[in-house]
Design a protein around this ligand. Structure first.
Ligand code: EPZ
Length: 419
């Protein structure tokens, strides 16, 4: 196991390139099951969740090659097993995304129920209900989902609650269904639009992309494709906060600012100078201390839950009082006790954290718990006085490509050391 050791206090300055999006790469990799031939992806990030997805597909008979130019060649067109085993699914909940494609292509699937995780129980009832409405027969027993469908029939799907991966499962299932499916109250995250654009390049017929009402006209088959994954707006947002919390400046290349409006709006509120060019974002704090900012997470295009922990860390050293309300997940405050151990003044009341900014945090020995909570501990360590050690860095590696290398490039004193 590895840990990160950070000597805090350096203002970060420099330029980095946004990696490809984790939450776009995963559904697109699972969509390879739908294709009659191989797909080649460019700009996929080097993350453990991507490796887990490739291992899961390989266990079911897919082949992949990571080319020397970093292109990822994946052929999932002839699966030999329709079982997504517990041993892999338990490490990555997004494995539920095999369900829709397998039902659409093969008419059956046996998928381990993804457990909960640190941030919540993470049920999949909305996935199963929608797939049954498309004509699947689904039984859950002994910790597995047994799904079967002679044919999926297009229909109107109404989601009571906005759900990202359930929307993605239904989109993928509907691409090969008989007839037309309309998804009402669909999630609108940019990663869903990226999946839809990739599927249309494969021959799918999806319209109203980027809206909450998606229409999918079923087609006979989908072909292999070469596709470039969109940049990761959460990774980019995390590095923007890293510069903001240390009073520095940063330019993020290859990032579409249009998908980050809510995050950039909050960074302007904390007092950052923000400049956006066609494909890059520059933030400059000019050495200023951030101003406290109130946060309330919601569904896209509002403030993303995946940026909540990072802005909580920012608020701990900001000038003034703030409140941070989490409305998406029931337990996404695992970073609070750890930040408090660094001297943060935080009070948790239900799904809201009340924060009183302090002049500075002090380094401490910390434990990472989930992906974005771990990122917030790194950000706090960058700003804190003294040394911060963060255990269980594997949580970070799920969603951040070589985080310590990128931070070192920006002037951070950070090392990855063996436990
Ligand atoms: C996706 O998770 C993302 N993961 C999450 O990113 C992100 O935080 C989340 O969307 C919200 O934006 C991927 O895209 C791989 P949901 P997902 O279904 O789809 C409830 C990260 O850090 N719900 O939109 O699992 C659910 O419990 C990760 O990169 C049901 O009740 O989230 C939650 O309260 C973390 N039943 C709410 O809906 C269901 O069947 C929204 O969850 C499905 C969801």
């Amino acid at each position: 196991m590895y840990k990160l050791v950070i000597q805090g206090g350096n203002a970060l300055h420099g330029t980095i390139r946004a990696a490809g999006s984790k939450n776009s790469s995963l559904p697109i990799l699972f969509a390879s099951i739908l294709a009659d031939g191989p797909i080649t992806l460019t700009n996929t990030p080097h993350l453990s969740d991507v490796s887990t997805t490739l291992r899961l597909l390989m266990d079911m008979g897919a082949e992949f090659i990571l080319e020397s130019n970093n292109d990822l060649f994946v052929d999932s067109s002839k699966l030999t097993s329709l079982v997504a085993d517990y041993n892999l699914v338990k490490t990555m909940r997004a494995s539920i995304l095999v369900l829709g494609p397998m039902l659409a292509k093969y008419g059956e699937a046996k998928v381990s129920l993804p457990g909960g995780c640190a941030i919540g129980t993470r049920p999949v009832n909305l996935h199963l209900k929608a797939l049954e409405e498309l004509g699947a027969t689904i039984e859950v027993k002994n910790g597995y989902i047994y799904a079967q469908a002679d044919a999926l029939i297009g229909t109107d799907i109404y989601f009571d609650q906005v759900t990202v991966t359930a929307t993605e499962n239904v989109i993928m299932a509907a691409t090969l269904a008989k007839g037309t499916t309309t998804i009402h109250n669909a999630a609108q995250e940019p990663e869903i639009s990226d999946l839809c654009n990739c599927l249309n390049t494969m021959g799918a017929k999806i319209s109203n992309i980027g809206t909450s009402t998606l229409t999918i006209e079923g087609v006979k088959s989908l072909s292999g494709v070469k596709y470039s994954v969109c940049p990761d707006r959460i990774e980019a947002g995390t590095y923007l906060v890293a510069a903001a919390i240390t009073g520095g400046s940063i330019t993020i290349k290859n990032m579409r600012h249009q998908s980050m409006r809510a995050t950039l709006g909050k960074l302007i509120e904390i007092g950052a100078d923000i400049k956006t060019e066609n494909n890059s974002i520059t933030l400059d704090m000019k050495g200023r201390r951030p101003k406290a900012v109130n946060i309330k997470t919601s569904t896209y295009p509002n403030f993303p839950t995946d940026m909540q922990a990072q802005f909580t860390a920012l608020n701990t050293i900001a000038d003034g009082h703030s409140s941070i309300t989490e409305t998406i997940f029931e337990n996404r405050f695992m970073h609070i006790p750890e930040l408090s151990r660094m001297g943060a003044d935080l009070t948790l009341e239900g799904n809201t954290v009340l924060c009183k900014g302090v002049k500075s945090l002090t380094g401490a020995h910390l434990m990472a718990t989930d992906l974005r909570a771990s990122a917030s501990l790194v950000l706090a360590g960058l700003a804190a006085k003294g040394t911060t050690t963060i255990e269980r860095v594997y949580h970070l590696d799920r969603g951040y490509e070589t985080i310590e290398e990128k931070l070192k490039l920006l002037g951070a004193q950070i090392e990855r050391v063996q436990d």
